[in-house]
Design a binder for this molecule. Structure first.
Ligand SMILES: [Zn+2]
Length: 164
């Protein structure tokens, strides 16, 4: 029989390796010369065929932004875009444009859910209800008969603090 603490360690190690493998998997698709440019509300991921030629331009950053504006093929949806084309001596290029609203909304979901949950629990507690399920706790303030929630015990008084 495997102890539960060992199962827990194995599960966390497995989760860590899983995330590592996912990262390597995604990394394997990243082109060798990827430029990341922030431009007008978009994150531009730009892959250029002849990357060494990019350095010959007086302003490589401006050249990369121009590529995003003069692509041969232009598909877009809600600010997402795929642009490809050829640019001077740098040759062919591919651009993936990601609008900033997307990562903002994606990363805001978690904190908003946590804040809403905390606010709901605080409201329930103030109203004399179970913070977990909202059951009326006027009869049993220390324990919820509905979901099993128990009130946190007050911190023990340090020894010798009593005067009488
Ligand atoms: Zn409850």
């Amino acid at each position: 029989m495997v102890p539960s603490w060992m199962k827990s360690i194995i599960a966390w190690l497995s989760a860590l390796l899983c995330i590592l493998a996912l990262g390597c998997w995604a990394w394997s698709y990243i082109p060798p010369h990827l430029h990341v440019v922030s431009h007008r509300g978009h994150l531009l991921l730009i892959s250029v065929a002849d990357d060494s030629q990019l350095a010959t331009y007086t302003d490589p950053q401006a050249a990369l932004i121009m590529m995003s504006q003069y692509g041969d093929v232009y598909e877009h949806f809600l600010g997402f875009a795929h642009v490809s084309g050829t640019f001077g001596t740098a040759g062919g290029y591919q651009i993936l444009a990601i609008p900033y609203w997307f990562p903002v909304i994606l990363t805001a979901i978690g904190p908003i859910m946590v804040l809403r949950s905390r606010r709901r629990m605080r409201r329930r507690k103030l109203a004399g209800k179970c913070p977990g399920c909202g059951y009326d706790l006027r009869g049993t303030p220390d324990r919820c008969p509905e979901c099993g929630w128990t009130a946190p015990r007050p911190a023990a008084e340090p020894l010798g603090s009593r005067t009488s």
